[in-house]
Write a protein that binds this ligand. Sequence first.
Ligand code: MIC
Ligand code: SF4
Length: 643
Amino acid sequence: MGLTIAQKIIRAHLVEGDMTPGSEIALRIDQTLTQDATGTMAYLEFEAMGIDRVRTERSVAYIDHNTLQSGFENADDHRYIQSVCRKHGIYFSRPGNGICHQVHLERFGIPGKTLIGSDSHTPTGGGIGMLAFGAGGLDVAVAMGGGAYYITMPRMIRVNLTGRLHPFVTAKDVSLEILRILSVKGGVGSIIEWGGEGVATLSVPERATITNMGTELGATTSIFPSDEVTRAFLRAEGRESDYAPLASDPDAVYDRVIEIDLSSLKPLIACPHMPDNVVTVESLKGTKVDQVCIGSCTNSSLLDLLKVAALLKGKTVSPQVSVSVSPGSRQVLTMLSDCGALSDILASGARLLECACGPCIGMGFSPNSGGVSLRTFNRNFEGRSGTADAKVYLVSPETAVAAALTGEITDPTLLGEMPSIRLPERFRIDDSAVLSPAPAEEAKSLEVLRGPNIKKFPESRPQEDTLSAELVLKVGDNITTDHIMPAGAKILPYRSNIPYLSRFCFGVCDQTFPERAQAAGQSIVVGGMNYGQGSSREHAALVPLYLGVRAVIAKSFARIHAANLINAGIMPLTFRNPADYDRLNQGDRLTLRDVWQGMETGEMTLLDETTGERIPLTCAFTARQRDMLRAGGLLAYTKANGN
Ligand code: MIC
Ligand code: SF4
């Protein structure tokens, strides 16, 4: 039987397990990446493992999220990460050099290699044919130490592309179309492989936009073939020697095949507050817009911004709209400047922001109260922009420009002719903002620099055989990690200070949660479907751990978050009958007996002491996960077992 692209890469990296969907497999990891909002924690964890030098082919630390530096906190974290990198063999991409996924694609991504990153949009690397996964910081720390990465062997979904996109219809619209078809849960447990004759019409940055937003489908990852388009991109980056062709076998078997005719697509828009809430741009025409943000790891490539510049050239943005442009990397910004496109953007009245995540993670540029913000980003979760009642819509750069110019949601096809854009044959290469690690001998005597904001991470505790705890919080479906552990300019500087962060835990749902959880001592949280979707931030597990949460019971979990809970020693349990969710009330006292035996059999019975109800739960843990929960999380487990 033939293999899919992903299966070929998995087979070449398999260190444990077999490729039966649903079973646990362990993969050798070639490359890792971190960003600063999750990186500080990941490096503290790496240090705690007591390993001198990273054992990957390439590990890179990026500073792109926390770049505001409104106090010493971020600056200290940056300095800490820089010193850890120099000592332990990690490349360090300085603040201002760009967004991790964009820079990694440009400078380090290699077709056929495996990559894990402490950021959920790491699958962006699938645009260049990497098998790239978002993971918790602790998983990345273990991989840096040479340990394997464990996942459940995914099912394979194939999306066949035919035809060619019309002008003003873009890769972003392809992402929104697949979200419309599959929803934010539709990719769970699957790898999405893009194929068909339409693939050749898409450049690497366009492919990367699509694999980037595969995260919003809940997919384990997404991947494109590596072909002549990939080779041309690598050549332009001066790295043609990294090229390797990759294609699925003609008789590869997929669990599901979806057909998309690129020429049938129209400009699309995701409405508040979920990326799968997709309609045509046309259907919302005339809606007044207050803000337009262009950038993020989804849409900040040179190709995206050259189009933006060409459409803005000689025009002025609407006086009602505040417009920002954040280029994805210094390479993009420099090339925009070299060819004069930057002047066209500036002359239009748009504001130029740093090459960083910026507004995407609520680091500045929050909309006005109740404002309508059109963003070329990938997430529009409630409150994420920093303004609680803002309405955030997700669009392509073309649709963003149309709104910036007219002041209202406008179908971009009405902008007239699409200027033809060609990517240069050679990109401007300057790696001076990527600092190399010190040679191994010199590194031994180097000191790691820590500031007062860096606090110890919480000690996890082994699970005991009986758990008796209060149900401190009951939440609904699609709870995101932005609900559990919000980000934004006020909180993000404290990513290495769990006690401080804990004050904001679940703030979007219930501001009394931190106090009540702490008063309860140990507690249980109950959720609906797809609990923990969104970001890879392990803080959404570490902070509840700090507040005493011992188990989360939900109708279903998002992959990375479930792994992060187990890594932190918290049990993710599911209702055997989802309707039992309705039988539990916040404030009830709950007891789980024979926890260890239940972990073996995969079944437990929850006793609600307050109502007397007995509720069957399932827990499909692997032997390794059981051992981790008994040890008190991945760090304790790794220390006890070595790599
Ligand atoms: C995000 O887009 O939510 C983030 C910020 O990049 C996160 C990581 C984080 O919380 O630090 C992600 O997607 O993993
Ligand atoms: Fe940064 Fe936004 Fe991309 Fe997350 S989604 S990595 S915050 S640009």
